[in-house]
Design a protein around this ligand. Structure first.
Ligand SMILES: [Zn+2]
Ligand SMILES: [Zn+2]
Length: 1011
């Protein structure tokens, strides 16, 4: 049976470039239980073969409109985890969207390759324990050792950038993968040289001598930027209450408390609050001085047992100047450093707390940040007692070479024994949040060292006036006007950026307000070689801004360096002549903070005409202090403006219980595992659906819910269309495709069709706006609502009869399929950036074209959005809900027709829509009763208002259809049925609905295929 299809009344507004009149019949079979990951892998293979990604990347090459995306580089140090896939989905999503919108793009991915994270992994692989091991990889040859180490670091990032590239492709991420940028590249490093030269010319670069957080394992300073809240661990340490005998007083002591006993050898002073009262407390015949307010608490904690205050009280200011003896005074380094200095009590108002301890603060300028500041103010000596690895330095007597951090008991034992315990009162386990190394998790210590900084609060040198023509400074504001500080300039730039969510700006400004000078040096190996050549003789230092400049200045070592990347150890060979004294000068051995590497990329990787980037997106935690910070810092210094216009931040991926994912905890999910198990379209949908401000709890239950809720229902709609289109030999060529330039859309007369077209247009319109505003999650909400509530639960549900064999209205059947065809075409384009695989499957099967990813973004037509109709349909569905509730409460099955029903509501519903409602709720009549605020139905549910016989007929049809399924009869194949009873007045109905040619009365129910 072949019915030539003639569809009238429909003109599509699809902008179809394919005008071929060739009929497209027969859609590929759709497996209702498809294996999504398998389908994805097949598409990846197909795309590779047909060069789709290349066509996609080049599709807008001649476009005048641009979308400038800047990728935040992924650390190429390990395979990707599922947490990386969130951001990478965002990045792909917006680039795909703008690609479909016809904008030219760069599609450049970035790899972050230098820094401690890579070094630590290479050290682990080699089983190295510390820096000395690195420098001795080739015994006795530091140059060769470093060369080997650096080459291993290079190998590692090469390996993992390749791994991550493959994983990203698996995610469906379409990028110009052969053209990724690498932060370890020469261009990137030399661009940072230029930045540092500019910063130095502004007078902001300096060498500082300061107390800094230090990782004893990595042997390097940890900058304030790198200590994030998550780097603080809840740790328990043995704290010490120790006594310092006051000089010139008999048996009187200062009672001091510290949580870091290893720092006691560096003690030089004790600080008090001059406005607080201090008491002398009598304990075991000794008088201990401490803050009055602390006595009660320390008695409660059983630190002070069996003593009492002797009522002698003094204000703290009267204690200032008291001198005391320290427990380590006879250790040679301490003795030498102190010289004529005698330990004494100083003013510590503002740092002495009444919250904990004794109200007397242990001051060790060599071992603490606050201490160092106090020391500077009070001109105190600095006892630097530990080495890079936290072992005590030479001159510390029996402590020398012992690790201060790992063996606090050395100090406690010593205090216990020294002068028969004169110095020790008590110890107490103390829980506190303590910073650890962001890379190796080792507990940090503080050391006083020379490091390189960028000053935040110096106005720039006047010889570099405001060169920014766009600042509107004009001629009246000349270079004599003092420039703003780096901090002030950066805050101004931060305000020009569109922060999403908007509190991002506050967070960034807060950091900018409170941050110290930017510590940019690291005493390490694999990183940017800081281009600073410092003269040992006259202390002059010079910053070299490029390779060419270095070549010009080089007086030796150039031949050893040439041909190598600007890394250690090769770059260390190049010496220049001091421009002040003519001395031969080496480069300082330090490498740079890794955030310099990522912050420079708008300049090192992005051609001028793409500056500033339209959009960046990264996970928030950490980036206010790191990437966002360094981007702002570097573009402020170089261009006095922002290098990106909009930033979308997002939270973190957690496990299903909301716990942080860690390899060591066993709750981390590898990207490959997740992709193979659930498919990336499910992951992508989950990421895009997530409110970016909230952490995303990811696990296989969550992804399965997503898959069942959305993907399977979408798939069912698609499968429904293909099944019925094939059965009905639906032909696309019969649709009159749009040539109408005015986009006049004469839709089918069917109100359900008009409604779904209206909803489709509305959904396209709203989600387009939302995506433009970077609200992917809200766009997902719109699309889910359309697919599930409108398309699946209403349009398809109410169209089953229209496309079934029993519908003899061929025109209506074909109209219905045409509408569904059109919806699927547009929907798959709408879904393409979200779920590139399923959308490709639907689109290519339905349209018979090459790929949805080469199509334009679907357009909407405002004229097709019928607000009134949508509202009316909404009302109709409220009536349906109310009717189903009524049936449920009165236990009347939906199959049994109700003869008379009534409804109330704000407005009467049109006849056309009421007919749909009546079909859905199975009522013969549905009459408006009276006005009310909300829609609701009522009806008698006694037998006289029910058509029980027809209900039975429908029951029989359903049973027969189930049997037909079991027998695997074809949809148009008639059968013979044996039945004990059936309502004779509905025999024709049963025969037609269930495709029966004969019903035979028999005691046993049976369905038989015709011979
Ligand atoms: Zn470390
Ligand atoms: Zn010099």
């Amino acid at each position: 049976m072949f019915i030539p299809l003639e569809i009238t009344g429909i003109i599509y507004f699809m902008k179809n470039t394919n005008n071929s009149k060739k009929p497209l019949t027969g859609f590929n079979f759709v497996n209702p239980n498809t294996d999504f990951p398998k389908m994805e892998r097949e598409f990846l293979g197909k795309w590779q073969k047909n060069g789709l990604v290349k066509k996609y990347l080049q599709r807008n090459n001649s476009s005048k409109e641009k979308f400038s995306f800047l990728d935040g580089p992924i650390t190429a140090n390990n395979p990707m985890g599922v947490h990386h896939a969130w951001g990478r989905t965002y990045k792909d999503f917006w680039q795909r969207f703008w690609n479909m919108r016809g904008k030219k793009q760069r599609f450049q991915n970035g790899f972050d390759e230098q820094g401690l994270w890579v070094e630590v992994e290479v050290e682990k692989e080699l089983g190295l324990k510390n820096k000395k091991d690195i420098e001795n990889l080739v015994t006795g040859d530091k140059f060769k050792s470093l060369e080997m180490f650096i080459n291993l670091c290079k190998d590692r990032v090469k390996k993992f950038s390749a791994v991550q590239t493959e994983q990203s492709k698996r995610l469906g991420y379409f990028m110009d993968w052969d053209n990724s940028y690498h932060t370890s590249s020469d261009e990137n490093n030399y661009s940072i040289w230029n930045f540092l030269k500019v910063v130095n010319e502004k007078g902001w670069l300096y060498k500082g001598h300061d107390s800094v957080p230090w990782c004893p394992r990595c042997g390097t300073a940890i900058s304030q930027h790198e200590i994030l809240t998550e780097e603080y661990k809840e740790l328990e340490h043995e704290s010490v209450f120790f006594k310092l005998p006051i000089i010139g007083k008999n048996n009187e002591y200062l009672l001091v408390w510290t949580t870091t006993p290893w720092t006691i050898p560096s003690n030089v002073a004790v600080a008090v609050n001059k406005k607080e009262k201090y008491s002398s407390y009598v304990l075991n015949g000794e008088n201990l001085w401490l803050m009055d307010k602390r006595i009660k608490e320390l008695e409660n904690q059983k630190i002070l047992i069996g003593g009492k205050s002797n009522n002698e009280k003094k204000l703290g200011k009267l204690l200032i100047g008291w001198e005391y003896n320290g427990p380590f005074d006879d250790v040679s380094l301490v003795k030498k450093t102190l010289g004529n200095y005698i330990h004494n009590v100083i003013d510590g108002e503002g740092v002495v707390t009444e919250e904990e301890g004794t109200g007397l603060l242990h001051v060790a300028p060599g071992a603490g940040e606050e201490d160092f500041k106090l020391g500077k103010e009070n001109k105190l000596p600095v006892i630097s007692s530990i080495e890079e690895d936290a072992s005590y330095v030479q001159g510390m007597g029996k402590f020398s070479g012992q690790n201060a951090k790992w063996h606090p008991e050395l100090i406690i034992d010593y205090l216990e024994q020294k002068n028969r315990g004169q110095f020790l009162l008590n110890t107490q386990l103390y829980k506190h949040r303590y910073p650890t190394c962001w890379r190796c998790k080792t507990e940090l210590v503080w050391r006083v060292v020379d490091e390189w900084y960028i000053a935040m609060d110096k106005s720039s040198n006047s010889k570099f006036p405001n060169l920014d023509k766009r600042s509107g400074a004009g001629k009246t504001q000349n270079s004599k006007v003092q420039e703003k500080t780096f901090r002030e300039q950066m805050a101004e730039v931060a305000k020009k950026i569109n922060w999403l969510p908007d509190w991002g700006l506050e967070r960034e400004l807060d950091w900018l307000k409170n941050m110290h000078d930017w510590l940019i040096s690291k005493k390490r190996y694999w990183g940017l070689a800081l281009p600073i050549w410092e003269c040992k003789k006259c202390k002059n230092f010079e910053v070299i801004g490029s390779k060419a400049e270095l070549k010009e200045r080089a007086v030796s070592g150039w031949n050893k360096f040439e041909g190598n990347s600007p890394h250690r150890p090769w770059i260390d060979e190049v010496k220049i002549k001091c421009s002040k004294c003519g001395n031969m000068v080496n480069r300082i051995p330090d490498v740079g903070n890794p955030w310099l590497d990522a912050g420079i990329v708008p300049f090192s990787t992005m051609p001028e005409e793409w500056f500033p980037a339209e959009f960046i997106t990264e996970s928030f935690p950490g980036q206010f202090k790191n990437w966002f910070y360094s981007l702002i810092a570097m573009s402020t210094a170089l261009k006095k403006t922002n290098s990106f216009k909009t930033v979308l931040g997002f939270a973190s991926v957690r496990d299903e219980q909301g716990e942080e994912m860690h390899k060591s905890k066993g709750n981390a999910i590898e990207f490959n595992e997740a992709a193979d198990k659930i498919g990336v379209d499910v992951m992508r949908w989950l990421y895009l659906k997530q409110d970016p401000e909230q952490n995303l709890n990811l696990g296989y239950h969550v992804t399965d819910d997503v898959r069942r809720y959305f993907h399977l229902r979408l798939w069912n709609v698609y499968s429904f269309f293909v099944t019925y289109a094939n059965i009905n030999k639906f032909q696309i060529s019969s649709i009159r495709q749009a040539q109408d330039k005015n986009f006049k859309f004469q839709i089918s007369d069917n109100v359900l069709d008009k409604w779904i077209i209206s909803r489709l247009n509305k959904t396209i319109k709203v989600s387009t706006e939302l995506i433009e505003e970077y609200s992917a999650d809200k766009a997902v909400g719109e699309i889910e609502n359309f697919v599930i509530n409108d398309l699946s639960n209403w349009f398809v549900r109410r169209s089953r009869d229209r496309v079934s064999f029993s519908n003899e209205n061929i025109k209506d059947k074909d109209t219905c399929l045409s509408i569904l065809y059109f919806v699927l075409m547009e929907l798959s384009k709408l879904l393409a950036p979200f779920i590139p695989f399923i959308s490709e499957e639907i689109y290519t099967n339905v349209s018979k074209k090459d790929s949805v990813h080469l199509e334009n973004w679907p357009e909407f037509n405002d004229k097709l959005i019928d607000k009134k109709l949508e509202e009316e349909m909404q009302s109709a569905r409220q009536i349906v809900e109310s009717a189903h509730a009524l049936r449920k409460s009165s236990e009347v099955k939906v199959r049994i027709p109700i003869k008379e029903m009534f409804y109330n509501g704000p407005f009467e519903i049109s006849e056309e829509i009421l007919n749909i409602v009546k079909d859905e709720i199975n009522a013969y009549s549905l009459t408006f009763d009276k006005k009310s605020d909300v829609y609701g139905v009522f009806a008698k549910t006694s037998d006289d208002n029910l058509d029980l016989q027809f209900g039975l007929a429908r029951d029989i049809v359903r049973k027969i259809q189930q049997e037909r399924k079991k027998l695997e009869t074809k949809a148009n194949e008639k059968v013979m049925v044996y039945l004990p009873y059936w309502p004779k007045e509905h025999e024709e109905y049963i025969k037609k609905k269930a495709m029966i040619n004969k019903i035979i009365e028999d005691n046993d129910f049976k369905v038989v295929k015709n011979a």
